[in-house]
Design a protein around this ligand. Structure first.
Ligand code: AMP
Length: 423
């Protein structure tokens, strides 16, 4: 029997890397003042089709339960968090700052080398209730801080605003609710597909040209000035451009200066209304987010602005490996090695004391000889071996061996934990 296509078994260094990424991300969410939420792994299918339409069902693990309810394994976590907010937290003081970590499931063509799995781990956060640019800037700043703290140097942060594209489409006669297929075509960066969509909607040459110019303009902050000229006559787009500028100002005050502007970002999931951003490394998208001011209302709540980010933990861990970033190993502090079977009891007592004092400690469970025990301690990357022998014990001592240097010292049995804390 083999595991299902697109899934992974995780162990060893790969799992240690994922756990390290989780720890750093969760720690940063807490440092920025977010509270954790957890939602079910499966939800009503409707939660995900409401905005994206039934075409999304092809990419979702959707099923009927034994009572005929239409359910889905969650493909993402923003809609579930919004549902949770609408059900439990709508009257909490604003803004609400929530974070999550959980598995998501998508029925996509797996591409292991590009980090596309059918089950993957997403971490993310949402700021609910603030429409101010500080909120947008904060989610970008914490995203930048995560990659910086993880030590991923070759990363690209791209900022955009879907309002500009949406306003051009509106002027061209495509209403907001009809825009999704075109936005998805833009997201695919496939020119032929985009041309076909634009032709299908009979968009005038002038607007087609404008859209294509907006999509292709990328680079530093100067792009904002180029864009301003392009969108003259579209007041809502101009307002969105101003807001993007304010977000960028705040982002710099947060200490983030490395980013590029890209108005071709349209994001695959269509609930974004304004500011959007994506994080890339080696051509692979590690995360993305933006502002979604309509979703809360669409899912049955009172109108409420919100902005958030979703990060692919597996992809970030893969990026760490590609960049050769060392992750802290789960090292064993002590391996306790009794030299004879008669004193196994004392070895177990010592291991217990060490564990209660907060050390990670293991006892040889195979009855190995001392020399074999030491090479086992080596293979387990233990920092110290605590050798427990009858002669030492008689005089109230144990021997501590520093595994790296091979240095040994006899110490008082009673002062063992104290000695190791210093060592
Ligand atoms: P999205 O909800 O599509 O914006 O995805 C947010 C993040 O989740 C992406 O930036 C990826 O890092 C990650 N992600 C999305 N789909 C997959 C997948 N099939 N396998 C692994 N990670 C994924």
């Amino acid at each position: 029997m083999r595991r299902p296509r697109g899934t992974r078994d995780l162990f060893g260094e790969e799992l240690a890397r994922i756990r390290h990424v989780e720890r750093v991300i969760l720690d940063i969410f807490r440092r920025y003042g977010y509270q954790e939420v957890e939602t079910p792994v499966f939800e009503s299918l409707e939660l995900f089709t409401k905005k994206s339409g039934s075409s999304i069902v092809d990419q979702i693990y959707a099923f009927k339960d034994k009572s005929g309810r239409e359910l889905a394994l969650r493909p993402e976590l923003t809609a579930p968090v919004v549902r949770l907010y609408n059900e439990h937290l709508r009257s909490s003081p604003k803004p609400l700052k929530l974070f999550y970590l959980g598995h998501c499931f998508r029925y996509e063509r797996p591409q292991i080398g590009r980090g596309r799995y059918r089950q993957f781990l997403q971490a993310g956060c949402e700021i609910i209730g603030s429409s101010r640019p500080e909120a947008d800037a904060e989610v970008v700043a914490l995203t930048a801080e995560i990659v910086e703290e993880l030590g991923i140097k070759k990363c690209e942060l791209r900022l955009g605003n879907v309002r500009l594209l949406r306003e051009v489409l509106k002027r061209a006669g495509v209403s907001e609710t009809e825009q999704d297929p075109i936005m998805r075509a833009i997201d695919s960066r496939d020119e032929i597909r985009l041309q076909a969509e634009l032709d299908r909607w009979g968009i005038e040459e002038e607007d087609k040209k404008l859209l294509k110019s907006l999509i292709s303009l990328r680079g530093g902050e100067k792009v904002l000035e180029d864009v301003r000229e392009l969108i003259q006559g579209l007041p809502e787009a101009t307002k969105a451009l101003e807001k993007t500028k304010s977000i960028i100002d705040r982002l710099k005050w947060f200490g983030v200066h490395k980013f590029s502007i890209d108005f071709g970002i349209s994001r695959g999931l269509e609930y974004y209304t304004d500011f959007v951003f994506e994080l890339y490394s080696g051509g692979i998208q590690l995360g993305g987010g933006g502002r979604y001011d309509n979703l809360i209302e669409l899912l049955g709540g009172e109108p409420c602005p919100a902005v958030g980010v979703g990060l692919g933990v597996d992809r970030i861990a893969d990026a760490l490996e590609r960049h050769g970033v060392e992750t802290p190993e789960d090292r064993l502090d002590c391996m306790v090695l009794p030299t004879t079977d008669e004193i196994i009891g004392e070895a177990l007592r010592i291991a217990g004391e060490l564990r209660r004092a907060g050390f990670s400690a293991d006892v040889d469970l195979m009855g190995r000889s001392l020399s074999k025990g030491l090479s086992y301690a080596n293979s387990r990357k233990a920092k110290f071996a605590v050798v427990v022998g009858p002669r030492d014990l008689k005089v109230g001592k144990v021997t501590i061996r520093k595994m790296k240097s091979g240095e040994q010292e006899r110490v008082d049995r009673k002062r063992l934990t104290e000695f190791l804390s210093l060592g």
